[in-house]
Design a protein around this ligand. Structure first.
Ligand code: SF4
Length: 240
């Protein structure tokens, strides 16, 4: 299952990247990464209760040639933490994968399982924090500890042209991973920011509220609002 989840992770793409926030690391942490004590304890707790779940640092999903990187917050406990593929198996994934298909960023049928054969086209999904946090709420130290992996992920996508941040935490961590000041790039749903990827090439950072059940149930994010963001990204990238 881990192999499926880490679709197309090549040796080259695991190369080390720049030293933003704590040394040179590969774009994908080890499944058993132990940087965050609280998250390791929570993983262990989940493993004891559900030994057949993934229960580890969830690898990014998508091809290394992706022009779009989608950055979520963190794995959901019964979603990616269970299945081992980002946004797979929970409500947020239903909306995200449906929207990706609608805008031509996937082939195959999403069926809530890493074995469903779904492939992403020109897009990769990752998380600002790769391990599931209790109550879906990583603390600042955990976001900071995982940021070198986000920086390395951004640096290891040679075709990268756009990043979609799902929520403010993902946005802020992406801006910091790119070495920029938050004050110059405030999060705003529906906004795009001109920013530079780690090698200095200009890219666009798009913002959306997170496609969580809470945000859609409360009306903070409607399907139409989410689709509008993807329509803008598709316009920006054109067809591949
Ligand atoms: S959240 Fe990131 S830094 Fe922390 S233990 Fe998991 S992979 Fe390692």
């Amino acid at each position: 299952m881990q192999m499926k989840a880490a679709q197309a992770l090549t040796t080259d793409a695991r190369r080390s990247a720049g030293p933003i926030g704590g040394g040179s690391v590969p774009p994908e942490p080890e499944k058993s990464c132990a940087r965050c004590q609280r998250l390791v304890a929570y993983r262990d707790e989940n493993r004891d209760k559900n030994p057949d779940w993934f229960n580890g640092a969830v690898p990014s999903f998508g091809p290394q040639t992706a022009r779009l990187l989608i950055v979520g917050l963190a794995p959901g406990v019964t979603g990616a933490n269970r299945t081992g593929r980002p946004f797979t198996g929970d409500f947020a994934g239903d909306l995200l994968y449906d929207t990706l298909a609608r805008y031509g960023f996937s082939t195959g049928q999403y069926q809530s399982s890493p074995n469903d054969g779904l492939q992403l086209r020109d897009a990769m999904i990752t998380n600002a924090v790769r391990c599931v946090p209790p109550q879906n709420k990583p603390v600042a130290g955990e976001i900071n500890a995982c940021r070198p992996f986000l920086h390395a992920r951004l640096a290891a996508l040679p075709e990268l042209r756009a990043v979609l941040a799902l929520g403010k935490i993902a946005h802020d961590s992406t801006v910091r991973a790119l070495g920029e000041r938050l004050a110059a790039y405030p999060f705003q749903h529906g906004k795009s920011h001109a920013i530079k990827r780690p090698d200095g090439v200009g890219i666009s950072l798009f913002d959306s509220y997170h496609c969580s059940r809470y945000n859609t149930n409360t009306g903070r994010l409607t399907e139409q609002m989410f689709q509008d963001v993807f329509a803008e990204i598709r316009r920006f990238l054109g067809t591949d």
